[in-house]
Ligand binder design. Structure first.
Ligand code: URA
Length: 190
């Protein structure tokens, strides 16, 4: 598992003690993120699920494991080079989609994390992070399959791997296609 260096210590402490919205009431562990940004790629999901809330680590449940294996296979990275976070840090009840207010309340943490990590590229996984980063209400089916520029950062939206686990193999093929768009943007450790 990659080390916890995805945010500066002050930001990590703030996220861990955050009570700015009601999601903190039901959380065990908020997600700060993993990885140190060395590959130039940041993977951004929506919010923790049950396993992520239990561990404080993003994308460790069944769909997370699928996404990680796709990333390692398609990009040729070591697990330690993966940098992953979520736009909302605390688990919404019953894994519902975060509200606009929850997203907006959490967003300043994302801005600070982006300033710290300075990614070249961001893989936005599913509707919520894709819409948030691109400032659109378009759905992921429309957004995915191409790259976008956001203030000099390349954004690559893709389906959430949970969709691929619901018996839709074409979803996994689409995720693999989108992940490969990141290949020319990777920075390898020297
Ligand atoms: N889905 C997400 O969007 N984030 C996680 O960390 C896990 C599943």
């Amino acid at each position: 598992m990659a080390q916890l260096q995805a945010a500066p210590p002050s930001l990590t402490l703030e996220i861990r003690s955050c009570t700015k919205c009601s999601l903190h009431e039901g959380r065990d562990h908020p997600v700060v993120g993993i990885g140190d940004g060395r590959s130039g790629l940041l993977v951004l999901g929506e919010a923790p699920g049950a396993e992520e809330d239990r561990t404080g680590v993003p994308f460790v449940g069944r769909s997370g494991r699928l996404l990680r294996s796709i990333l390692l296979q398609e990009l040729g990275l070591e697990e330690e080079a993966l940098t992953i976070s979520n736009v909302v840090r605390c688990r919404p009840p019953k894994n519902r989609t975060p509200t606009k207010v929850e997203l907006a309340t959490c967003w300043p943490y994302m801005e600070r994390q982006l300033a710290y990590l300075q990614p070249r590229a961001i893989l936005t996984v599913g509707n919520t992070p894709s819409r948030a980063l691109l400032g659109t209400t378009e759905g992921i089916t429309t957004l995915r399959g191409r790259t976008y520029d956001r203030n000099g950062i390349v954004i690559v939206p893709t389906f959430h791997p949970a969709a691929a686990l619901r018996g839709r193999p074409e979803m996994e093929a689409a995720i693999r296609h989108d992940v490969r768009l990141l290949l020319p943007l990777l920075k390898f450790p020297s």
